[in-house]
Design a protein. Structure first.
Length: 506
């Protein structure tokens, strides 16, 4: 017992606060220089096997010098990012972040708030940011919302509220309380996270009806109406329609006005997946096309995409605050609010979502919007749309390139097509072209399949992109494509992509 009492107590703060201050200053200097000169670096660098092996080492049991740890970061981690902060990054749909947003995350990390409960500043900032999000979408002030990690959780949250609102007692009895199997409806172009949401909420992916699209990759309204009628006749219970404000493949916007009418007529929930495209509502040219967002029961969108916030922060909004709260609120003794003290203050955010523990993600949004103002963000989004229109035009002017889908917003899908090749051959050719484009540092678009055709897919949610970067990407794609054709003709290209008639993209 005596030994236990006299044993020195330990902690995790630095023994020398000046060392951590010196290291912090060095980190800030290095990161500012890194961001300032990011366009001069290659967009992406493959990770060597030597570096990969460093991450197979066992857990350390003894302390390391903090300056040596930082040196290891600079050697083995910093040189190998995904590249989404680079001006030539166009893969998937990922934002670029900002210096102020990064500093906000540093501040949030130092405060280390569990930003869901307690009479603390983080909850008031969170509430203000959600209110700002409602203003962006022109949602009623009496509506509600919650910040989440991203579009996947935002869509799951939306569908949970939809299920619990349309089906009485679903929160307690689950989907079994319904008089038949629940069905939801979206287009075949809808993001796969909606399928995961169907699995999570218990209806199963089979009951998520994926409706065909038209030539513009928008949901086929007549096919939707027919499927709802067919399901009702078969004893199913339609409870939700999911519309797209910008599909992930092509950026297509579903006819949201028509979907609103159908949802109201059928008395079912209307949810919009607006992961990136909903924020185009800030641009005057898109306000009419996205006006129906204001009529939706719920809307999901990401602030780390087209609001350029550092990862991670998304949002889901609800017209009916009571329905939102009812889906998640549970009375437990250890969360009881008090009149004064730390347990006073705003209602716990866990009454509006799944998480009781989460970081202070609202701070970077709050600081960034104060730094730039909403008008500048609207102008940035408009600039990305204009750049994408320009890219589409340049592709159509290039004889060796083919535009594969209409450019409706900020996504451009194209392929290298020198002529004389079938789709299987072009698929293999363009897959190799894309990989070489990445390896050579030309640019970082991603890919998709459109009607069986392999497309090089450019998603522009990048505040650092300029038209010159798009010009360089086009020139690079043509150069690599021409090189591949010459390699084939000279029998230097080992993978015989032009004669592999059954070559499939995996």
């Amino acid at each position: 017992m005596e030994e236990t009492i006299t044993k020195p107590e330990i902690g995790l703060d630095p023994e020398n606060w000046n060392d951590i201050k010196t290291l912090g200053y060095q980190m800030i200097d290095d990161m500012v220089d890194y961001l300032k000169n990011i366009g001069e670096k290659k967009p992406w660098t493959p990770i060597s096997q030597t570096v990969k092996d460093e991450f197979k080492k066992p857990i350390p049991h003894k302390p390391s010098d903090i300056f040596e740890i930082y040196d290891e970061f600079k050697q083995n981690i910093l040189p190998y990012p995904a590249g989404n902060i680079h001006p030539k990054y166009f893969s998937w749909v990922q934002g670029t972040g900002t210096p102020m947003g990064a500093l906000a995350d540093l501040l949030a990390g130092v405060m280390n708030n569990n930003a869901t409960i307690g009479d603390q500043s983080a909850l008031y900032v969170d509430k203000q940011v959600v209110n700002w999000c409602k203003e962006m979408m022109n949602y009623p002030a009496e509506g509600s919302g919650i910040l989440v990690s991203g579009g996947s959780i935002a869509n799951i949250t939306g569908l949970i509220v939809a299920r619990n609102t349309i089906i009485a007692n679903a929160k307690n009895a689950g989907v079994y309380t319904a008089a038949g199997k629940l069905t939801a409806y979206c287009s075949v172009e809808t993001h796969n996270c909606v399928g995961k949401a169907a699995e999570v909420i218990g209806i199963g992916n089979e009951q998520l009806r994926k409706i065909p699209v038209n030539g513009h990759y928008q949901i086929d309204i007549e096919a939707l109406k027919n499927k709802i009628a067919e399901d009702k006749a078969a004893g199913y219970i339609p409870f939700c329609i999911i519309g797209n404000a910008g599909t992930v493949n092509t950026g297509a916007i579903d006819p949201l006005d028509e979907l609103v009418k159908i949802a109201k007529s059928e008395k079912i929930w209307f949810h919009i997946d607006g992961a990136f495209g909903a924020l185009a509502k800030l641009v005057p040219a898109y306000q009419d096309r996205l006006k129906a967002i204001e009529e939706a029961d719920s809307i999901a969108f990401d602030l780390h995409k087209w609001m350029y916030m550092p990862y991670e922060v998304g949002c889901v909004l609800f017209k009916n605050a009571a329905a939102h709260r009812a889906a998640f609120a549970t009375a437990v003794n250890y969360l009881t609010a008090h009149e004064r003290g730390l347990a006073a203050g705003p209602e716990t955010i866990s009454n509006y979502g799944m998480e009781l523990s989460r970081g202070f993600k609202a701070l970077k949004v709050w600081m960034s919007l104060k730094e730039h103002g909403l008008d500048k963000y609207a102008a940035m989004i408009a600039q990305n749309i204009d750049q994408s229109s320009y890219l589409g035009e340049q592709i159509q002017l290039a004889p060796a390139l083919e535009l594969l889908a209409p450019v409706t917003m900020n996504i451009v899908c194209y392929r290298y097509n020198p002529g004389g090749l079938d789709d299987d051959q072009l698929n293999a050719l363009n897959k190799e072209l894309l990989m070489r484009m990445h390896e050579l540092g030309v640019a970082l678009p991603s890919s998709t399949l459109l009607n069986g055709k392999y497309a090089i897919r450019v998603a522009n949610t990048n505040h650092r992109t300029r038209k010159v970067h798009l010009d360089e990407m086009i020139a690079g794609a043509i150069k690599i494509g021409d090189t591949l054709m010459k390699e084939y003709e000279a029998k230097l290209f080992k993978f015989d992509f032009l004669t592999a008639a059954n070559a499939k993209i995996t």
